[in-house]
Design a protein around this ligand. Structure first.
Ligand SMILES: *[C@@H]1O[C@H](CO)[C@@H](O)[C@H](O)[C@H]1NC(C)=O
Ligand SMILES: *[C@@H]1O[C@H](CO)[C@@H](O)[C@H](O)[C@H]1NC(C)=O
Ligand SMILES: *[C@@H]1O[C@H](CO)[C@@H](O)[C@H](O)[C@H]1NC(C)=O
Ligand SMILES: *[C@@H]1O[C@H](CO)[C@@H](O)[C@H](O)[C@H]1NC(C)=O
Length: 811
């Protein structure tokens, strides 16, 4: 067996030297302070290390275990988190002195609260490291006062604040996994506060039931009357590899009261098994980082309970990568009811020699069993089989993001099907929201929750409140699980594939599914806009064709000198979209045009390259127009050439990529400034991380776009443009053109007329429009001369009417 394992590992090593998959990319990204995904924050100079979180049953109060304090925060208000009360609980000066005399750093000697659990309806049980001498206490949850004298915390809370632990109170009894000594080499899983005549229990430590574990989590499964512990430890059964880390699930029965002679005051129901997060022929992701329980859907058996875990790898080939695996309770149970590995008591070596079963390890109710049976149980605690993930494959892998914490939720979508949504925290301070689909994981969005990467100690999801709390060293952050109103159009709403969000054709808004009675438009599985939104609107593509067929000049005017290098920006509609440039009635020859990485287009202004350019963005088979430019030669009589070449194309396209505004560097408190310039719409690759896309910005953008004509329906500029044209063309041609333009103008007018009669498709309130107008106005101020020129465009009316061409404006 060991040989076999060695072989398969070697094979795995070889076959895995170049893992290629990078994993899903977040579709949209919200940077810190982005108005679409506001995070509420609590931090105070008086409290730090706010890392242990406990939410009251009604979700109105968040209890926080911090350094030398327990806090009660009022979280019932949507706009702010306000402190309600605070309990100071710090070691005395004498305790601190002793702590530092023992050679500990003074900064590690305070009382770090590491256990915070409801004991009953009126009291909380809390434990802290208390200057490397752990203590526990009872706290009245209403008044936040200590009600009894502190207990000794040994075996309930770690000594060292950097050691991970887990604790859960069920029926007033405390189950913990932690180290129980000062040096940190005596791990235990134990029961305290046992009710009635039951005795407290702990692990038998003569045979090494645990091997230098790192405790991750514990979960109570009511139907089983069992507690499951999750941790990683050294895999002694793989003694041919030095310190091979394995992830484990272990179980104990709540009915356990220990043996009568053998295993007195020790668990008789302890068993452990390996959790294997591994795809075929690949190295396992062997180190568990976090795990969350997804209870079965209503009406489904408890066996369908799933555990979603984040795993990383011990090996450098997989360093920086993390994987998500899910495990089914029924699989865990069947591994525990199978065979067990046999420990040779003298050599402490494992074998899988088949042994006559005297008892079933892991079985509940062994307290009256014979000594012989209990001895067998004591020696057989490691299940032979490993627990394999659901579907025998990884749920998700990411090469780019190292996830540290997760929470999982089941969400019912419009089609009444359940979807699993994962909330994953990256080490760099982003929260990813992913929905699990047949085709794999789709990351709907990422929200930045911390400015600086920092070790997060806990993540708490409140499904009824629809929020997530993140506890870190520097404060508590709250993020709503969704904000559907960041999607302004039916296509945007459908492309998001967010099971929380659906498009309401009546109110023309993307709304939360569970708040709505009306039938919503949604397609989580495929994100097919054509089907979902077909009843709602024309496709953009169809409209674009109509536009180009009429060859109606429209779009942002770009004045250039001949032989100047022009760069046209194109904002991607999402990170999953692909941009493509088009010119009406002509192909973009690769000899003349350079398609840059960020989606922008670069070329040298020549008579043949003057004219209209459209940037189209395609996502999931759906195409929309993101930008329309009209590149024309600068007329020296209208505007004297600006001193620098770059200024010549100020209205949007930029000559030098390095001169792009650094959006992350502006704005108070490091928050993102709102959109103020067209250039910033298209972040370069390097900026991507720092200046992610905001859908609502694109909304502003669309408005600013359609505003051009509003601001510029003045006649004279039209004439100027004509002058330029006539200089370039022979007289008769220009005469012909004038006639043509006149015809077009008439046509455009007649086209806008009926649209004016239909109700506006824009669903923004007048307030919002007012705000946007102000926004766009200030934008225009910076380049008044250009807006004047833009006014010369012949088909302004058509552009206003064709608002639906523009990204992110409701259609
Ligand atoms: C949701 O998005 C809208 C539109 O961007 C924004 O006005 C609103 O403040 C956001 N709400 C939250 C709670 O983030
Ligand atoms: C909860 O437990 C505490 C401590 O044991 C006890 O003093 C208190 O009376 C209990 N409260 C209720 C409602 O049972
Ligand atoms: C175990 O034995 C004790 C006394 O020996 C008895 O009272 C108890 O009912 C037995 N329990 C079970 C589950 O058999
Ligand atoms: C407490 O927080 C500080 C930063 O505020 C951090 O440096 C330190 O590591 C934290 N201590 C523990 C035990 O988490």
């Amino acid at each position: 067996m060991e040989i076999h394992c060695l072989l398969s590992l070697t094979v795995a090593l070889l076959s895995c030297l170049g893992p290629s998959e990078t994993g899903p990319t977040p579709r949209v990204s919200f940077s810190l302070g982005s108005p679409g995904r506001l995070v509420t924050r609590f931090s105070s100079p008086e409290v730090s290390n706010t890392t242990t979180l406990l939410l009251s049953e009604d979700g109105g109060v968040l209890y926080v275990g911090a350094r030398d304090a327990v806090l009660a925060l009022d979280v019932s208000n949507e706009d702010a988190i306000t402190p309600r009360s605070k309990l100071d609980w710090s070691p005395s000066d004498k305790d601190l002195e002793q702590c530092s005399m023992k050679g500990k750093k003074m900064s590690d000697c305070p009382n770090f609260i590491r256990v915070l659990q409801f004991l009953n309806s009126s009291h909380i049980y809390a434990c802290g490291t208390f200057a490397f001498s752990p203590r526990c206490t009872y706290i009245n949850s209403e008044t936040l006062t200590m009600s009894l004298k502190p207990d000794e915390g040994r075996g309930r809370c770690p000594y060292d604040p950097y050691q991970r632990n887990t604790a859960i109170i069920v029926d007033g009894e405390l189950y913990t996994g932690t180290v129980a000594d000062y040096r940190g080499n005596r791990p235990v899983i134990s029961r305290h506060l046992s009710e009635g005549r039951r005795v407290d229990l702990k692990l038998d430590d003569t045979l090494g039931w645990l091997e230098d574990p790192t405790f991750i989590s514990s979960s109570f499964i009511p139907d089983e009357e069992k507690i499951y512990f999750f941790f990683s430890e050294v895999g002694r059964e793989y003694d041919f590899i030095d310190k091979f880390v394995v992830s484990r699930v272990s179980q104990i029965c709540m009915s356990d009261v220990g043996g009568q002679r053998t295993l007195q005051r020790r668990w008789t129901t302890f068993a452990k098994a390996q959790l294997l997060c591994q795809a075929d022929d690949e190295l396992p992701y062997n180190v568990i980082q976090d795990i969350d329980t997804l209870p079965p859907a209503e009406g489904a058996p408890a066996d369908d309970t799933l555990f979603y875990g984040i795993f990383t790898s011990q090996w450098s080939v997989n360093s920086g990568r993390s994987a998500v695996c899910s495990f089914r309770l029924s699989d865990i149970k069947s591994v525990f009811s199978g065979n067990y590995k046999v420990l040779n008591r003298d050599t402490l070596q494992w074998s899988t020699r088949v042994q006559e079963k005297v008892a079933n390890p892991g079985e509940c109710g062994l307290h009256n069993a014979s000594d012989n049976a209990l001895r067998f149980v004591k020696e057989n605690f490691l299940a032979d089989e490993s627990v394999r993930p659901v579907g025998r494959s990884l749920t998700m892998v990411s090469a780019e993001h190292r996830y540290s914490h997760l929470a999982v939720q089941r969400v019912q979508a419009v089609n009444h099907r359940d979807y699993t949504v994962l909330f994953l925290l990256t080490e760099s301070g982003f929260l990813h929201k992913a929905v699990l689909l047949q085709s794999g994981a789709h990351i709907i969005e990422e929200v930045q929750v911390f400015e600086q990467p920092q070790p997060v100690k806990s993540l708490k999801l409140s499904v009824p409140q629809g929020v997530i709390y993140v506890g870190s060293s520097e404060g508590v952050v709250r993020v709503p699980t969704a904000n559907c109103s960041v999607y302004w159009t039916c296509p945007q709403c459908v492309l998001a594939r967010d099971p929380f969000c659906g498009w309401d054709p009546n109110s023309r808004a993307c709304v939360e599914v569970h708040n709505t009675k009306t039938t919503l438009v949604q397609d989580v599985d495929r994100g097919s806009v054509e089907e979902a939104c077909s009843s709602v609107s024309l496709t953009h593509r169809a409209r674009f064709n109509k536009l180009s067929a009429a060859s109606c000049p429209a779009g942002e005017l770009v004045s250039v000198s001949l032989n100047e290098v022009v760069r046209l920006q194109c904002p991607p509609s999402s990170r999953l979209s692909q941009q493509q440039w088009e010119r009406p009635n002509s192909r973009l020859s690769p000899d003349l045009y350079l398609h840059l990485q960020d989606g922008s287009l670069s070329f040298v202004a020549t008579p043949t390259t003057l004219g209209h350019y459209l940037c189209l963005s395609t996502e999931n088979g759906f195409q929309q127009t993101m930008a329309i430019y009209h590149v024309k030669q600068r007329s020296s009589s209208v505007a004297p050439p600006p001193p620098s070449t770059q200024a010549g194309v100020r209205p949007g396209p930029r000559l030098h990529p390095s001169e792009g505004p650094r959006r992350t560097e502006t704005g108070p408190g490091g928050t993102q400034p709102t959109q103020s310039s067209r250039d910033a719409q298209a972040p370069t690759r390097q900026q991507d991380r720092d200046s992610p896309l905001w859908t609502e910005e694109s909304g502003h953008r669309g408005t600013a776009f359609s505003e051009g004509p509003l601001l510029s329906s003045r006649g004279p500029c039209y004439l100027k443009e004509l002058v330029v044209v006539s200089v370039l063309l022979v007289l008769c041609l220009s005469l012909l053109l004038t006639v043509l333009l006149y015809v077009f103008r008439e046509r455009c007018r007649s086209r806008t007329a009926p649209q004016a009669g239909t109700p506006p498709r824009d669903r923004r309130t007048s307030d919002e429009q007012e705000a946007l107008r102000g926004h766009g106005g200030s934008k225009r101020n910076g380049k008044a001369s250009h807006s004047g020129q833009a006014g010369g465009l012949v088909c302004n009316g058509a552009l206003t009417g064709s608002n639906g061409h523009l990204p992110n404006t409701p259609i």
